[in-house]
Structure formats: C-alpha cells, structure tokens
Ligand binder design. Sequence first.
Ligand SMILES: N[C@@H](CCC[C@H](N)C(=O)O)C(=O)O
Length: 302
Amino acid sequence: MQFTKAHATGNDFVMITDAAGQQDLDAEFVAAVCDRRMGVGADGLIRAVPAHHVSEGAALLRERGLSSTDDQPLWFMDYRNSDGSIAEMCGNGVRAFAHYLLAEGLTELGDGAQLTIGTRAGVKTVRTVQEGYAIGMGVWSFIDPELAQANASDSLVQARGLTDPRPALSISMGNPHTVVALPDEATLQALDLHQAPQVDPQPPYGTNVEFVVPSEPLVENGVGRVRMRVHERGVGETLSCGTGACAAAAAVRVWAAGDGVNTWRVGVPGGEVTVRFTPREDGAEEVELAGPAVLVYTGTLV
Ligand SMILES: N[C@@H](CCC[C@H](N)C(=O)O)C(=O)O
C-alpha cells in the first residue's frame, strides 16, 4: 500500500488513497501504522475515498444533493485517530487532505480556487491562501448551551501540573472540545500531558482538551492572540489541533466578551493558525481555519 506522510503545523498524518472504496480499515491496522516505533508514526491516518463508496459519504451526497462518480468524485476524508478510533472532523487534517488531493492530481481547484470535500462533520470548502489553505469549518456551538451561557463554563478540568481543577467550556467544532484558560505561559509549559486530563462531568464520547493562555495584550491591531497546548482524544498531546484552535478562539471570545474581534492567531507548539469568525444573521458564527500543510515523503507499507 502506497502512502504519503503529511503534516499541518506538526499535526502529522499518514495519507492513503482508496479510489474504489475497497480498503477495510480496522482499528488495529490504523494503530499499527500510526505507532511511532513499530510503524510509520502519525497522529492519525486519513483515507481519501470517493464519497459514493462509503455509507457516510453517500448520506452526505443525498442530504446536500451533491454528485460523486468514479470519474468525478467528491473526495471524502475518512479520518482515524492514532489509536484507531474514528473522529468526526480534523481541521489540520482537511488542510493536509486538500494538499494531498491536489499534489496527487486526484482533484483540481474549481471556481474561486476552491475545493469541496466531504467529512463526517459535513461538507467543507477549502480555498488556497497565502499561508496555505483556509477551511470553511461551518458554525461552532456550545455543547451545553444553557450551562455555558449561564456560567461561561460547564465543567472542571484537572491535569498533571495544575494545583487545582480549573473551570472549562465545552465547544463543538463538529467534534468535541473542552477549553481551559490558564493564567500564564509558565503554567501552560508546566503541564504534563502524557496522561489524559480529567474532565468532570466526563463527556460521554470523550473530548479533546485545549489549555489556552491569552496573550498580553489580548488584542493587538484588531487581532486576538492566544497560545494553546492540546491533549487530543484518541491520540495524546499533539503539536497542533485545528478544530481545537477554533474552539479555543471561540471560548476566549466568550470569556473576554470579545465578540467584536473576529480574527485570532492561535500559537501552538507546531506553529500558528488563524481563525476567523463571520457572524450570521441568525446569531450563529461561521468559522474559517487557515494555515500551512506540508507533504513530507511517500512510501510503501509492506
Ligand atoms: N487534530 C485534529 C482533530 C483530530 C480528531 C480528534 N482527536 C478527535 O477525536 O476529535 C484537528 O486538527 O482538528
């Protein structure tokens, strides 16, 4: 099996193409490929498969009235975490996926230099921008709107390196996130994320946990800035999480009542991504995630 190793701000993936939709990916196989000592090593594995060849993709085509054929496929991002579990969405993965599809000649940019791809969290648009790719992520939402709006927090998080549990806010970006604000960079750096943080109450399907530190000043020239470290569900600590960066920026906006600040730069151990919010008339906010994507090498699994 041919594969390409890719990364997007250090969040790394093994990319494979399955044009006929015949590749049965079981959790054991994915975990073996993603193993950093015994396999290729990656935070996740992404299978590019035409939407009409997988049930979730076919459902998406029906819902959205889109077409996908062997000649003109709508490519579906089948994303798996490094432990083999399936996740709904991966923001950095979409950038790597778009870069991979274009480099492999599997698709071309359409009108407005845009691409449309399918994911388990719906159809996403991708456009090329100076820093790489910008993804139309859809709208963010509170996981528990009542609790979140009343307290600006809905849970408590404890992690190694913190003296006490800290309040957190749960946000969906297609997949679940729990965002925790920390007072300063020293506290952020002192965290030991080898062990999964404890979230109370425990989210039913697990969660990705983002620890954020607002920059000083928080907003400069109309742009908000935060630093973040993340412990990902199904992976562990990663160098970056795209959906996590969107959730972190959304949470900081809520806490800082910074609704007017629509552009946020989120610094992660693997670089920086940009998150933009566009308020809609119905009160919801569309999110765009922009950042680089890199293809590192190709290989063959034996
Ligand atoms: N790194 C990703 C998120 C991958 C999925 C996540 N671990 C989950 O289980 O929800 C990103 O860039 O968004």
